[in-house]
Write a protein that binds this ligand. Structure first.
Ligand code: SF4
Length: 256
């Protein structure tokens, strides 16, 4: 992926020290650092938190409901709705009416998921599966939403998305999060992933691409450089281009 080479060229490796210093790094941390290194410092060093928004509350609720429902072996649509109710996140809504409106949206998403899942041919091997794998002195950590075994025996790594920004196949091939999960399945769980999928549950669409080891190797180089910058870099410069989208821009003193 050419943008990875561009980023590495603009962000040279910090000077190594005699004693190797490793950090644990996840996709969320990588994304946060790429968006704005200062944001990384505020979120992961200073422990600043963002409050839930309606989309984030819905996303967490759907993820938890699907995990709970599928982990218990599935069941009826009522069972899925009950799992949703039990896992509903109440925070982040301006008033009860707005909360109810978002709750109903989630029910519609799950109704669609239920119908689609009845046609599923593969078997679920793992749900919300944590992985770790070493990368130089660092450790990569993540949690994969789901890993399926298809009827032909091949392994498919699946990440649920609850938003409506559906990527085409080209976009999914370059999705860093999925590539890290592919690496996690391969190097952390000892599997042989063949497919990576983004499952857009809000529209009932799964976009699947082959697991591309050349792209995954690019992501490893990026992960290691960012982990080096976090471990050895002395500064976390602000990238103000991200300020308009940043969840901390109402509190950050460097926001523009
Ligand atoms: S508000 Fe701007 S400068 Fe501050 S953390 Fe966010 S992106 Fe970085």
């Amino acid at each position: 992926m050419s943008w990875v080479d561009d980023w590495l060229e603009k962000n040279p490796a910090p000077k190594r020290q005699a004693r190797e210093i490793g950090v644990e790094i996840s996709y969320s941390q990588l994304r946060c650092y790429l968006e704005c290194p200062w944001q990384f410092k505020l979120r992961y060093r200073d422990r600043w938190r963002s409050a839930h928004t309606p989309p984030s509350a819905l996303g967490v609720s759907i993820h938890r409901a699907l995990e709970s429902y599928l982990r218990s072996g599935g069941g009826s649509l009522d069972d899925l709705h009950q799992a949703y109710e039990e896992n509903w996140v109440h925070e982040g809504f301006p008033d009860p009416a707005a909360q109810m409106e978002w709750y109903r949206k989630g029910e519609e998403i799950l109704d669609r998921f239920f119908e689609d899942d009845r046609a599923r041919e593969g078997t679920i091997e793992y749900l919300e599966r944590e992985f770790f794998f070493p990368l130089g002195p660092h450790m990569v950590r993540g949690i994969v939403d789901r890993i399926d075994r298809r009827p032909d025996g091949s392994i498919e790594v699946i990440d649920y998305k609850t938003h409506l920004d559906v990527k085409d196949e080209e976009g999914v091939k370059e999705n860093i999060q999925l590539l890290i999960y592919g690496l996690g399945a391969e190097e952390g769980l000892g599997l042989d992933p063949a497919w990576l999928s983004l499952y857009y549950v809000a529209v009932g669409r799964k976009v699947t691409v082959p697991y591309d080891r050349a792209r995954a190797a690019d992501v490893k180089r990026l992960l290691e450089r960012v982990a080096d910058c976090i471990a050895l870099g002395k500064k976390f410069p602000a990238d103000t281009a991200f300020c308009p989208s940043c969840g901390l821009n109402d509190r950050c003193t460097l926001a523009v």
